[in-house]
Write a protein that binds this ligand. Structure first.
Ligand code: RUQ
Ligand code: CUA
Length: 634
């Protein structure tokens, strides 16, 4: 850290020197870096440069995990440098790490070759990120995945029935008991059942689910489902502190209709209010234990009409998007996209209203709490409020899509009868049209409040042009002081939705898979010496135990007959960090990568006769080019 401060001071002198130099030289310089900072442009380039500069060899303070949207991946960057350091493939194959080519990852991907990764969720202990697992939802195919943060690899993809387009996911409860899932686009359930859209109001259903997380292994399994009216369940969050035990989802289209040709954007915005759905998951556990459910599509599904106390609706300004629980757990913040305000609800008032049966109406067995009884305040944050994050110092930050800005505002308490606009303390423009935003450890019970990343939907040319499809933009904003300051523009592949920021020292990833490490399951087909390398034939199956080490494969010739079923177990016996080997067979569409100490299996039919070289794809030594062999198919 001290070295870094010295470096920063030196850099400051350099930057100042550069400006003086430019001013002194009469010739007009080429466009200076930062000259077009524009929206959210910082007035102080030198201090922004210092704040984001991570010297060569120095390390970032935080990890940023951003979802890759329909690329199916998660991107990893460092903060404050915003340098991209890794891509974690989740729902889509990724040749760079051989993901989706070996038997295990292929099986995990199942019938799908892509997914739509939206909301990463970090495992928590007592409401704090514990750095064990990262979860992410697939908005397209009713799935959720778990990534192990010891090796940054996807370990499980769980598909559950009845959830159609899982968007309100994956939000994690304070001790990682559950992750959430929810239907974004209602359908008749189970999937595969037919009903015309003209029967939307009665035959289509939404479903929300609790996904159990095994406390030891992180393994995901379906715990319960609850059938809910055919609204569009959008964003979610898990309660904490006084709201622990509850899950929240916003929903739109409480008009519960899908009119052919009627444009959902119009038909779903008729009513003045939509809702936040609130689920008491301890009641869900009781209903399951009492056998109070029916089996639909293989899942245990609870009907709230038969389980009073399990579900409530909280009215909210129409067409809401984000719902976020403040660090204390007391305040539930919901934003209606079409209202210039964000609404703060009080969990204490919610509990009181439930106890007093203070309901406006009941929808499909779900009581609607009286709005005026549970609302704490409406804050005039600005146009198009979407998502809210927190700094741990009593402030909230709401993204304003239409206004292209972030509003910083104060959480309760508020003075009686006060003009609420005074609590919106500052705003910063962003470039442009912000969707999600994330603060350092912002979903935990003690956010750090140093940095905020604005995940913008449109960047409109704040980078070299790459044609009509331009990168996604993420802006790093300093929120450590009273005024928010723009520090840096970063860009990624399509398409980050939500992101999470965790302190770097909370993660301690492994460097190699140690040969005798008891904490990793031993691969049953691993081999560790040339002597163990072999090929065995059983009928039409040829099984190969192969090892890779700098810079050869053993065996390096595989002889088979056309039509044989070939199984290759490849172990990389290196125990040195970053000594990876690849195994690609030309024209066979096979490309696996093994990390040091890792074993992977690939099974294929040798359906092309001829001579097919295989080679190592990862540059591993000076003689990497020589690391090759032959698949001979007679
Ligand atoms: S969404 S821009 Cu998938 Cu989270 Cu809000
Ligand atoms: Cu092994 Cu290149």
């Amino acid at each position: 850290m001290k070295n870094r401060n010295i470096l920063r001071a030196m850099l400051a002198l350099l930057v100042i020197g550069l400006f003086v130099g430019l001013a002194a030289c009469g010739k007009k310089p080429p466009q200076r870096r930062g000259a077009r900072a524009g929206a959210g442009g910082t007035s102080d380039l030198a201090s922004a440069a210092l704040a984001t500069y991570v010297a060569p060899g120095d390390l970032d303070e935080y990890y940023l995990f951003y979802s890759g949207g329909h690329s199916g991946h998660i991107f990893v960057a460092g903060i404050p440098s915003m340098r991209h350091i890794a891509t974690i493939p989740v729902f889509s194959p990724y040749p760079g790490t051989g993901y989706g080519f070996d038997d295990e990852s292929k099986e995990m991907l199942g019938e799908f070759s892509w997914g739509d990764a939206h909301h990463p969720g970090l495992s928590e202990t007592n409401g704090e990120y514990d750095g064990r697992w990262l979860f992410i939802n697939d908005n397209a195919n009713g799935r959720m995945a778990r990534i192990d943060l010891r090796d940054f690899k996807t370990k499980q993809i769980l598909k559950i029935p009845n959830i159609s387009a899982n968007h309100g996911s994956s939000f994690i409860t304070p001790n990682s008991e559950y992750a959430t899932m929810a239907t974004r686009m209602s359908i008749p359930i189970p999937e595969g059942k037919y009903a015309d859209v003209t029967d939307y109001a009665t035959k289509y259903k939404g479903v929300v689910a609790g996904i159990r997380i095994d406390p030891e292994s992180g393994h995901l399994s379906l715990a319960w489902e609850i059938v809910v009216p055919p609204f569009n369940y959008d964003l979610g969050d898990a309660g904490k502190g006084p709201s622990e035990g509850f899950m929240f989802w916003t929903c739109y289209n409480s008009e519960r209709e899908f009119i052919e040709g009627g444009k959902l954007e119009v038909t779903a915005s008729q009513k003045d209010k939509d809702f936040i759905l609130m689920i008491d998951y301890r009641e869900a556990e009781k209903a399951i234990a009492a056998g109070n459910f029916s089996k639909i599509g293989g899942a245990q599904v609870i009907d709230p009409a038969d389980a009073p106390g399990i579900a409530y609706f909280i009215p909210l300004a129409k067409s809401p998007h984000g719902v976020d629980v403040a660090p204390s757990g007391r305040w539930i913040i919901g934003s209606g996209k079409l209202s210039p305000t964000t609404t703060v609800f009080d969990i204490e008032k919610i509990k009181t209203a439930i106890a007093a049966k203070d309901f406006e109406e009941t929808i499909d067995g779900i009581p609607v709490l009286t709005y005026s009884s549970v609302r704490e305040a409406e804050i005039p944050v600005g146009l198009g409020p979407l998502h809210t994050q927190f700094d741990g110092k009593g402030y909230a930050y709401t993204s304003l899509f239409i206004e292209s800005a972030v509003a910083k505002w104060k959480l309760p308490p508020y003075d009686e009868g006060a003009d609420m606009s005074q609590y919106v303390v500052s705003k910063i423009p962003v470039a442009y049209n912000i969707g999600h935003l994330v603060t350092a450890e912002g979903d935990s019970m003690s956010p750090d409040g140093n940095y905020l990343v604005a995940l913008n939907k449109l960047s409109k040319g704040r980078h070299l042009s790459v044609g009509p499809s331009i990168p996604e933009s993420a802006q790093l904003i300093d929120i450590s002081g009273d005024k928010m300051k723009l520090l840096y523009d970063a860009f990624t592949e399509p398409e980050p939705h939500y992101a999470l920021i965790i302190k770097a020292d909370k993660l301690d990833p492994i460097e190699v898979y140690k040969k005798d490490d008891p904490t990793w399951p031993k691969h049953p087909e691993a081999i560790w010496s040339v002597e163990e390398a072999r090929i065995e034939r059983r009928g039409k199956t040829v099984e190969v135990w192969m090892m890779a080490v700098r810079s050869f494969f053993a065996p390096d010739v595989i002889r088979v007959n056309r039509g044989d079923n070939v199984i290759v177990h490849l172990t990389n016996i290196e125990q040195t960090r970053d000594e990876l080997h690849g195994f690609a067979i030309t024209s066979y569409d096979i490309n696996i990568v093994v990390d040091p100490g890792e074993t992977k299996t690939v099974t294929f039919i040798a359906d092309k006769a001829g001579v097919w070289p295989f080679y190592c794809t990862n540059f591993c030594s000076a003689l990497h080019q020589e690391m090759q062999g032959y698949l001979l198919v007679k």
